[in-house]
Design a protein. Structure first.
Length: 277
């Protein structure tokens, strides 16, 4: 095993720079357009299942199962302005499982532009998404949290800043600044596996919609892997600040196999995240 943080950048095609597989302007869902170097089999605790056509049909964690239903006419070549249904079944430890239905409207670029989520108790949550001309997610609005709006800023194919505000609670906000180099890491680490850990590494709180990314439905990945972020959150006038460092481990082919995270105060943020290819 080799730690990515100390190896030189390798000459693989970057996830966001593959012109031959550019999904922008091509009216079709194709996970291969997002995961240009091959799909992962497992991301953290998410185990990914594909059918013979290459579409993701199921993603499983220890307590959640996400299944995907596509239109009957769907082929690899294309789909536009139709819907994909994602069903989330969650084991909450009680006598019954909870089920959530996500009806996702697909735009001409093959990515989700609007989603209506029906929750177990009948409540409905709405989502809207926007993308750059290169196919990267740069806008998310969700009705939960007082109509939260997240704006995502890119520089040279990488997320460098995310900002979240609440329309119904103006005093609540968060801002993350994301970095790809340091004094020790001079060359950015290539995101060969096209991984996107929205919440963990970018501060983008999208809950179960993160499953949709690994079905190839939420835009393309960043060009490089982040190595730290600084965050500033304001809640009821109280400001919270933190810095989180990311340490990536890769295999001999340059694919990430593990992510470790620590805070500025050197405490472990959570368990290591493992990736299987």
């Amino acid at each position: 095993m080799a730690v990515i943080a100390v190896i030189m950048s390798v000459n693989f095609a970057a996830c966001s720079d593959d012109d031959d597989n550019n999904n922008n302007g091509n009216s079709g869902i194709s996970p291969q357009n997002v995961f240009t170097n091959g799909m992962p089999r497992q991301v953290a605790d998410m185990k990914i299942t594909q059918n013979e056509q290459g579409f993701v049909t199921k993603i499983e964690t220890d307590n959640i199962t996400a299944t995907f239903e596509y239109p009957n006419a769907l082929t690899k070549a294309g789909i536009a302005n139709q819907s994909v249904k994602m069903t989330i079944t969650e084991d909450t430890g009680g006598e019954q499982e909870e089920t959530f239905i996500f009806n996702m409207e697909i735009g001409s670029d093959g990515f989700v532009k609007h989603c209506s989520e029906i929750e177990e108790d009948g409540d409905r949550e709405l989502w809207d998404f926007g993308y750059t001309t290169e196919g990267n997610l740069n806008y998310m609005k969700r009705s939960e949290g007082g109509n939260e709006i997240t704006t995502i800023t890119y520089t040279d194919g990488n997320i460098t800043k995310t900002s979240t505000i609440s329309e119904d609670a103006p005093g609540a906000s968060s801002e993350y600044n994301i970095y790809y180099t340091s004094d020790e890491i001079k060359t950015p680490l290539e995101n060969k596996g096209c991984l996107m850990l929205f919440d963990a590494t970018f501060g983008i709180d999208m809950d179960e919609m993160e499953f949709a990314y690994y079905a190839g439905l939420l835009g393309k990945a960043t060009k490089n892997l982040p190595i730290r972020y600084t965050s500033k959150s304001t809640i009821s006038g109280i400001v919270f600040e933190d810095t989180i460092y990311f340490s990536w481990t890769s295999n001999a082919n340059g694919y990430p196999t593990k992510l470790s995270m620590k805070s500025l105060n050197d405490y472990t943020v959570n368990d290591d995240q493992v990736f299987i290819w």
